[in-house]
Design a protein around this ligand. Structure first.
Ligand SMILES: [Fe+2]
Length: 304
């Protein structure tokens, strides 16, 4: 039987120490919309159809609780569960109907480095609002610093169906749909969040986002620029509690004919870290933020 694949990153669950401030930021500045609040968890959506792309809850320590993938059917979810179990990764039980906001069917698991993930389907999604000027459409990708990149990469390929798009000295870019990457795995000494990227409908929206963030005291920490791998436009910021965030647009669309390039093929001339060359490199602040925001592994069940 063919391998089952996850289809896209649906959502990210975050813990924050100041829920009100984070909620205010993500709705009034980052331009997501509130969906509902359930058992102390605030759910926020983008303009795309997913029930939520971000959830927030108050906790004594801020951190990333979980990254949730979308599967396109119960059968696919069940098969991915089997693939994960075969790899020996711990799960929170077999796929089942979920009782968190939006419902659906799915299960949680941990990757080989202990991060929480989930695979879900049949969530009560919304009508797609279509691209809205200056509002995120979805989670574009999540970039994870890995202590053992090889082990995590092999797990993502074998258990979830990811494919390698490109590899640099710092990162593996992996895909589960036509976007060049939905996950990025960093070669690092720590198991931490590097950043969460939200997709904007176009370059204009990235630029307007930079201005709006600046108006609210969040200066751009790297960008605007255009990456090499993925060819996507970018701007990086430090959000609430130093959460590392990216607005991105124009992600390269690829298929299985895409030629994977190796680190030797992804080099920059001296003084350059992106294609445009109009921005200085990442600020010291965002570099430290990319080595700070951890995963909260314990005590957070998928059902809230
Ligand atoms: Fe990124």
């Amino acid at each position: 039987m063919n391998q089952a694949r996850v289809k896209v990153v649906r959502s990210v669950d975050l813990a924050v120490t100041n829920l009100g401030a984070a909620q205010n930021f993500f709705t009034k500045v980052w331009n997501l919309d509130a969906v509902t609040e359930d058992r102390g968890i605030v759910y926020l959506r983008a303009s795309g159809p997913f029930f939520h792309v971000l959830s927030l809850r108050a906790a004594p320590k801020s951190g990333l609780i979980r990254v949730t993938f979308h599967a396109d059917s119960r059968a696919a979810t069940d098969r991915i569960y089997e693939q994960i179990s075969r790899e020996g990764a711990p799960t929170d039980g077999a796929p089942r109907p979920l009782h968190s906001a939006g419902g659906g069917y799915g299960f949680g698991f941990r990757d080989p480095e202990g991060r929480n993930f989930a695979v879900v389907c049949e969530v009560a999604d919304h009508a797609d609002r279509g691209a809205q000027p200056d509002r995120p459409t979805k989670i574009s990708h999540v970039n994870l610093n890995c202590r053992d990149n090889d082990v995590t990469f092999n797990f993502m390929v074998r258990a979830l169906g990811f494919a390698l798009s490109d590899q640099t000295r710092q990162f593996r870019f992996i895909r589960c749909n036509s976007d060049h990457h939905s996950l990025v795995l960093g070669f690092s000494n720590d198991v931490l969040l590097n950043h969460i990227a939200f997709e904007m409908p176009d370059l204009e929206s990235v630029m307007r986002g930079i201005g709006r963030m600046r108006d609210h005291g969040h200066a751009v920490e790297w960008g605007p620029g255009r990456h090499g791998p993925g060819n996507n436009a970018f701007a990086y910021f430090c959000g609430p509690e130093e959460l590392p965030l990216e607005y991105t647009a124009e992600m390269q669309q690829v298929d299985d004919s895409y030629r994977v390039r190796a680190p030797e093929e992804w080099t920059w001339p001296a003084g350059r870290l992106d294609q445009w060359g109009i921005t200085a490199g990442p600020s010291a602040r965002v570099k430290s933020a990319q080595a700070f925001f951890g995963f909260l592994n314990d005590g957070y069940r998928l059902d809230g």
